[in-house]
Design a binder for this molecule. Sequence first.
Ligand SMILES: [Zn+2]
Ligand SMILES: [Zn+2]
Length: 338
Amino acid sequence: MKALVYTGPGRVEIQAVAKPAVQTGHALLEIQASGICGSDIHGFLGHSERRQPGLILGHEAVATIAEVHASVTGWKAGQRVVVNPLIHCGGCAACLAGKQNLCASWKVLGMDRVQGTYAEFVAVPASCLYPLSTDLSEQEAVMVEPLANVAHFFRITLAEIPDSLTILGAGPIGILTLVMAKLRGIARVCVVDKNEARLQAARTLRADHVVASGAEDPVDAVRGWSDGGTEFVIETAGISATRRQAVGCTRRGGRMVFVGLAENLSPLPWIEMIRDEKSVFTTFCYAPRDFLTALRLIESRQIDLRPWTETRSLDDGQAGFEKIAYDPGSTLKIVFKV
Ligand SMILES: [Zn+2]
Ligand SMILES: [Zn+2]
């Protein structure tokens, strides 16, 4: 089968690889479309230790079931699905508590040695499948996985709706957070990014304020606009500079959520955080119920990023990755048509 393989920093290429075998409990999927996630970009750039050359990247997929193993019930060939790419054991304490994202042996498609979805076929456990209606376009359905991350952190950290929110980073997760925040009735939402075209998307999607971090100091700008910081801050870039900014943008007694995964070690001003009772939350991926929430939201057509989504052929993989990694402009999501 044909697959887009990561061959080294800054390089992906189309290769002929073996079609995966269908093991017990698994289904073989014929991929229709697959989006580029921020984590795929880190892999492409050579910044992810857990994505080494020879790996097929990709985990945001829309597919049709090609074949199911005889052990699988409830699914049949020809059904259209979206894929929860977080594979979990189902039996550990975390899984049994409904926190499958914290499974002791979680795996993600397109990471470590698990081949991803930039390929004609992928084999996944049947428990990863969600039925998808035929009226949703591939461009809409591909947003279920990134939106599931947002649904997750809203569920676990935003039980009480704050009066104000700062979003650091206007990539797909930041923009989906903005749309979700407005759906949930957060009155004042500020989006910070250096990319002007993406800030324009944020304005279109009802941001109350935007800050161009290349032109002004984001902490001063947010504190000025919000009278000392917003009640809630979400940091989606995952780098030291924006993590530090998150603390500055959070008001006294406020809360910050870190979801970005780019850098591992980042110093933070702990004395300021402690004296001002600024609470820190972290969140990772999603549990199956968050995936379902995201699917239902996409089905309800309350979240639609198609104006900022670009579709390309999988054969155009190198150019697609270069665009989204180095010069995305207003494009939030590139979807490969397989
Ligand atoms: Zn993703
Ligand atoms: Zn588990």
